[in-house]
Design a protein around this ligand. Structure first.
Ligand SMILES: Nc1ncnc2c1ncn2[C@@H]1O[C@H](COP(=O)(O)OP(=O)(O)OP(=O)(O)O)[C@@H](O)[C@H]1O
Length: 270
């Protein structure tokens, strides 16, 4: 399922302009990464897709259908959502957290639990953890559960709001790898909100860099943005001038080694 933002704006009741005339098409099976500093309207935009926020102007379409024509509850259940801090229900066991939506939509508890254990394995967790409560898991494990829960209803669309923001950089990288692998297999249409430009570049097929007020600074593939930052704002934001982005190659024992601007080796050319 593809998503289209068509000229959407959002001004909240107190007059805050969160998004200004934003248009973008997210093809089916691809990932859009919305990146920008705090308050640049990323979450507002993402929430327009499942109608947690209604635009003040413009339209959001899913497979060419205006989301306003769709039933709100059915729409929300049909879209996977990974909130910032995982949003797990603390008093329910992990397996039941994952099984919640399928049970609500009519799957038997027994089947939903069996499916939930499979999903835990798919996101890299030992299914035995299903018996625990969320507080008995690490932050990274909780985020994996949140991803499993979002996938439980087998949605075509996945919305992810800073899904790995609260975990340390190494775990974060692990979670990103896992998501990239899952996405290669599942082919969901994903809207990912992140502060982290490296995360956006790793996971986004298309990246939108936003300024305050939800104004687009640049849209493109990671390659396009890195190769041709639209202006100084984007150049600063992506750190195009950062030493680790300036790569050169050097030959060691007959192999081409890739070296960053500080002279540190970062890889080998195949
Ligand atoms: N319900 C609301 N009422 C009034 N203003 C709001 C509301 N929700 C968000 N805003 C404001 O709209 C702007 C955009 O907020 P939004 O949460 O979309 O940004 P963001 O880019 O996701 O930020 P962050 O990275 O900090 O989560 C901010 O100035 C925020 O304070």
């Amino acid at each position: 399922m593809g998503i289209e933002f068509r000229g959407v704006s959002k001004t909240y009741a107190d007059g805050t302009v969160a998004v200004t005339d934003f248009s973008c098409t997210v093809p089916s099976h691809s990932t859009l990464a919305l990146v920008g500093s705090s308050g640049s309207g990323k979450t507002t935009l993402m929430r327009m897709v499942n109608r947690m926020v209604d635009p003040s102007a413009g339209t959001v379409l899913i497979d060419e259908r205006d989301v306003r024509e769709l039933d709100k509850v059915a729409l929300r259940r049909s879209i996977g959502y990974v909130p910032q801090a995982g949003g797990l229900l603390p008093h329910r066991r992990v397996v039941d957290n994952v099984a919640t939506v399928p049970v609500l939509t009519g799957t038997s508890r027994r089947t939903a639990r069996a499916d939930a254990l499979d999903l835990l394995a798919r996101v890299g967790l030992d299914p035995a953890l299903g018996r625990r409560f969320p507080s008995q898991l690490s932050g990274g494990q909780q985020q994996r559960v949140a991803v499993a829960r979002a996938l439980a209803a087998d949605p075509h669309i996945l919305l992810m709001d800073e899904p790995f923001g609260a975990v340390d950089p190494i775990v974060r990288r692990d979670l990103q790898d896992q998501l990239a692998e899952l996405q290669a297999e599942l082919g969901k249409t994903i809207v990912l909100v992140t502060h982290d430009i490296d995360e956006a570049f790793r996971l986004g097929d298309q990246v939108v860099i936003l300024r305050t007020g939800g104004v687009v600074a640049q849209t493109g593939t990671p390659q396009q943005i890195l190769a041709e930052p639209a202006d100084d704002f984007v150049r600063d934001f992506v750190g195009a001038d950062r030493a680790e982005r300036r790569l050169t190659t050097t030959e060691v024992d007959g192999r081409r080694i890739v070296v960053d601007g500080d002279g540190r080796p970062v890889g080998v050319l195949a």
